[in-house]
Ligand binder design. Structure first.
Ligand SMILES: Cc1ncc(COP(=O)(O)O)c(C=O)c1O
Length: 387
């Protein structure tokens, strides 16, 4: 049997990096991890306790396709507490992580043949999922000149489109869209009847800037979110979407066929995660310290073209000016040398930006501060010695 044409999406290069790092570790060599895009902490203690209780007491059968009402209501309360927004639980559909939110959300709002803009650099799943769904994906390059944010002039220049997918804070850049930019994008989408999707998975992890939800300015938006990042529950595979009522209803119909229901034990755990905010804020405080270490280390290494690292736990570093022995190294070659010579694993930008990714490296500072400090000091020493 031959695979479908739609399945012909590019693999994630970062998996190769992770495999190379594991091989190194298996050979007894040290690896300092700056490549991993997930919290290094487990789920918060209340969530773990709720999951253990559920194992003993709950049948753990299917739930409704939109998730248990208690969790949908708790997410609705969260919008009230965090953002002062009244979002009825009927507009919230629980999913299998933001990855599930992408599948369910994109299928609910886009048709095959629609023209949808995604930003480059950006999270590769948007492009790959949309491509697999037969959508015509239009990459829009954002760079230093606009602090990696889309401008209205750029959007206007693309011509007629049906959709736009943005993220704030963004993976891989860490860049946040300030309120004015977000409002302008929403106004543009409204004026042109463009279906807008906003990935808010990194909300809660930002540094000295506010991250307004797009829901503060419009109800006519599809929000993607997850328990993977702020809530530190990656492997529990749980997220949610917020959508206008007809789209939420469409998503529930699709979910009945696609997944039946999101994982029950994870939903019960996530409900309890909302009572662990102190623990989660401690994680954010640690990311803040890690971020300083990374930014100081990058400065010491002579890298001064970095996307505004306002949120998430990434630094998107322009390495194009670096010359090693008089020669430019592209990011896959540079990352491979850092792994081989320094034992430091980092991610070359090619997954996130197919055109300019060879000029960029993504550093994740989700991990341990001592490990990150040591990695940055090795990078600075190596870069200075080899320039
Ligand atoms: C921007 C963005 N969106 C969505 C996801 C998918 O996350 P998950 O499926 O774990 O919720 C990720 C994962 O790294 C991400 O960075």
């Amino acid at each position: 049997m031959k695979p479908s044409g739609r399945s012909d999406v590019p693999p994630f290069y970062v998996m190769e990096v992770m495999q190379a790092a594991s091989q190194r570790e298996a050979a007894g060599l040290e690896v300092l991890h700056l490549e991993v895009g997930q919290p290094s902490t487990p789920a918060p203690s209340g969530a773990l306790a709720a999951a253990s209780r559920a194992l003993g007491e709950d049948r753990l059968g299917y739930t409704g396709a939109a998730g248990i009402p208690e969790l949908r209501q708790r997410i609705s309360d969260w919008y009230q507490e965090r953002y002062g927004l009244g979002i009825p639980m009927e507009r919230i559909v629980v999913t299998t992580g933001a990855s599930g939110s992408c599948v369910l959300g994109f299928l609910s709002v886009f048709d095959a043949g629609d023209r949808v803009v995604v930003l480059e650099p950006g999270y590769p799943c948007y492009r790959n999922d949309l491509q697999a769904f037969g959508v015509d994906v239009l990459p829009l390059a954002v760079g230093h000149e606009s602090d990696f944010r889309p401008t209205i002039q750029q959007l206007e220049a693309v011509g007629p489109v049906d959709g736009l997918v943005i993220a704030s804070p963004s993976n891989p850049t860490g860049t946040v869209l300030p309120e004015t930019v977000l409002r302008n994008v929403i106004d543009w989408a409204t004026a042109h009847d463009v279906r807008l999707v906003v990935d808010e998975i990194y909300h809660g992890i930002s540094f000295g800037v506010t991250t307004p939800s797009a829901l503060a300015f419009t109800d006519d938006v599809l929000i993607l979110n997850s328990f993977s990042k702020y809530f530190s529950m990656t492997g529990w595979r749980l997220g949610w979407i917020v959508a206008p009522p007809p789209v939420a209803e469409a998503a529930v119909r699709l979910a009945q066929s696609l997944t039946i229901a999101p994982p029950t034990i994870s939903q019960l755990a996530a409900l309890a995660a909302f009572d662990c905010i102190d623990e989660l804020e401690d994680n954010v405080a640690r990311y803040r310290q890690n971020r300083s270490v990374v930014l100081d280390g990058l400065a010491a290494a002579g890298f001064d073209r970095i996307a505004p690292a306002d949120g998430a736990f990434y630094a998107w570093v322009d390495v194009s000016a670096l010359r090693i022995g008089g020669r430019q190294l592209d990011s896959p070659a540079l990352c491979s040398r850092w792994l081989d010579e320094l034992g430091v694993a980092t991610t070359p930008g090619i997954d996130f930006d197919r055109r300019r990714g060879r000029d960029f490296v993504r550093l994740s500072y989700a991990g341990d501060i001592a490990e990150i400090g040591e990695a940055m000091s090795r990078i600075a020493t190596w870069t200075t010695a080899n320039r």
